[in-house]
Design a protein. Structure first.
Length: 209
């Protein structure tokens, strides 16, 4: 039986940062987005409200900024190699993130079978983001189920990798989970825990466990 490996992005694949922060650095609004991140972490903003306010800060964002943010993000080492190993085993890997789809989908060429981010309009923005379409933590479980159906597996065949409260629902839905540089929200839920900068090492815990 094959397995499906499900990766969070912000704080998991990107070490100690997030797409929103890396995008905001490109246009000089990092301080403002950090305040929004703090409000979201404190439960004062929904994911949809965060997206609406973030777009208001990103009026100058261009495709060149997105490319630079992606290329300059502090990615963990070994992402491509990990996904190549998963493929070589005849297994599947996918990214599920609350961050904008125009950023997340850039991971597909690195070897992910699928990369699901929240639906956003393309940059430069010609229309407003729809807060109702922005993913929530529960969306990750729904998308995981859709991926299971697409790849012919079940939740029992899944491994989840994440770091924070947005991963709690998914960690609770699958039998194997790896907390990667995680906070207290998922530390007690995970079947494995990893602290470091190399995804190959985190992945090996799920393979050996």
């Amino acid at each position: 039986m094959t397995r499906l490996h499900l990766f969070d992005m912000d704080g998991t694949l990107i070490h100690d940062s997030a797409a929103a922060i890396e995008l905001s650095k490109q246009i000089g609004v990092e301080g403002e987005i950090v305040e929004l991140e703090r409000a979201f972490a404190d439960g004062l903003l929904t994911t949809g409200e965060f997206a609406r306010r973030a777009q208001a800060l990103w009026g100058e964002l261009t495709e060149a900024h997105v490319a630079a943010a992606f290329d300059g993000a502090p990615w963990l080492d070994g992402i491509r190699e990990t996904w190549a190993d998963i493929r070589a085993r005849g297994e599947h890997c996918a990214v599920i993130s609350i961050s904008p789809s125009f950023f997340v989908e850039r991971l597909v060429p690195w070897g992910a079978h699928a990369a699901h981010g929240s639906p956003w309009p393309a940059v430069p923005f010609a229309e407003p983001v729809d807060p109702a379409l922005i993913h929530t933590p529960d969306s990750k479980v729904r998308i995981a189920d859709e991926l299971c159906a697409a790849f012919g597996v079940t939740r029992a065949d899944c491994v989840a990798y994440g770091d924070s409260s947005s991963d709690v629902a998914l960690f609770g839905a699958v039998p194997v989970s790896v907390a990667v540089n995680a906070d207290h929200h998922v530390g007690d839920l995970a079947t494995h825990a990893y602290s470091g900068r190399d995804l190959r090492e985190a992945h090996s815990l799920a393979c050996d466990g």
